[in-house]
Design a binder for this molecule. Structure first.
Ligand SMILES: Cc1cc2nc3c(=O)[nH]c(=O)nc-3n(C[C@H](O)[C@H](O)[C@H](O)COP(=O)(O)O)c2cc1C
Length: 255
């Protein structure tokens, strides 16, 4: 185990959340001298293995490789773009793949399940003092051929794991990205509480088409009546709902 390191800034959450989540972020500067133990790596895989999945189908497979191994080098070689600049300094990679055949009865949730496994791995890594950085920027074909993966096993993400490093040994361009401001969409653009969510039943659907985005910004609230249960009542759609629909359906500067 390594001590939990301070990150550049704790996430600015609106309400307090578990410190492991509040402190989680995805650095690119990794300590190239840090060695991850087999036990630590296994604990991260175990966390992924025990993630929930639709119907308990577990439609996933994990390949883990520590820096210094030929397997690690093969994964590093499969990375693309800027990932090639920073990721090979990490202590280990995990390739997260879907195995759709195993999730055949629940095909709709195969990638969702894999994402939950990756999220669990992330939390376990944070718990033992390691940072993670997930990547979609890699060649799945290169991973497939390097590991001779059977047909139907689909490498979906690669996770870099290790200890954050802000020392001079980290290239400037990597450090700059690590120090860049991190942000999230405002809460009211991704969340409606129950006092207004029910009004989605009634709100004019014009906001769902990008071409109507402009119009929806000026859309007037509509009157609605609830279905049979809960009991019927009329009300005016809240002023919150139209901006919310606009935010989730329109391509905007926030994407
Ligand atoms: C599926 C997925 C793919 C990603 N691909 C890349 C990538 O190829 N390269 C990269 O530098 N970051 C990648 N990221 C990291 C995201 O950019 C990062 O999580 C996001 O900007 C939020 O920052 P935070 O994790 O520090 O909160 C990816 C993240 C996810 C979940």
């Amino acid at each position: 185990m390594v001590p939990v390191l301070a990150t550049p800034a704790r996430n600015l959450t609106r309400t307090p959340i578990a410190p492991l989540l509040a402190d989680r972020w995805s650095p690119r500067g990794f300590d190239e001298n840090h060695q991850i133990s087999r036990d630590d790596l296994l604990s991260i895989i175990e966390a992924a293995r025990w993630a929930p999945s639709a119907g308990n189908t577990q439609p996933w497979a994990f390949i883990a490789a520590r820096r210094g191994s030929a397997e690690f080098d093969a994964i590093a070689a499969a990375l693309t773009g800027f990932n090639q600049v920073w990721a090979a300094r990490s202590s280990a990679f995990i390739v997260f793949s879907t195995v759709p055949a195993r999730g055949a009865k629940m095909p709709r949730w195969v990638e969702y399940d894999l994402g939950q496994a990756a999220a669990s791995a992330t939390v376990q890594a944070e718990y033992i003092g390691l940072s993670t950085h997930q990547m979609g920027g890699f060649s799945a074909d290169a991973i497939r051929s390097a590991f001779n993966l059977p047909e139907g096993v689909n490498p979906t993400t690669v996770m870099a794991l290790g200890v954050y490093d802000d020392s001079e040994s980290v290239p400037d361009e990597v450090q700059q990205r690590d120090l860049a401001e991190r942000h999230r969409l405002p809460l009211d653009q991704v969340y409606l509480d129950e006092s207004v969510a029910s009004q989605l039943f009634f709100t004019n659907s014009t906001a769902s088409s990008p071409s109507s985005c402009q119009a929806s910004k000026t859309m007037t609230p509509v009157l609605g009546t609830k279905p049979t249960w809960p009991p019927r009542r009329s009300f005016t759609a809240s002023r919150k709902i139209v901006p919310w629909l606009t935010a989730i359906t329109c391509a905007s500067g926030n994407r």
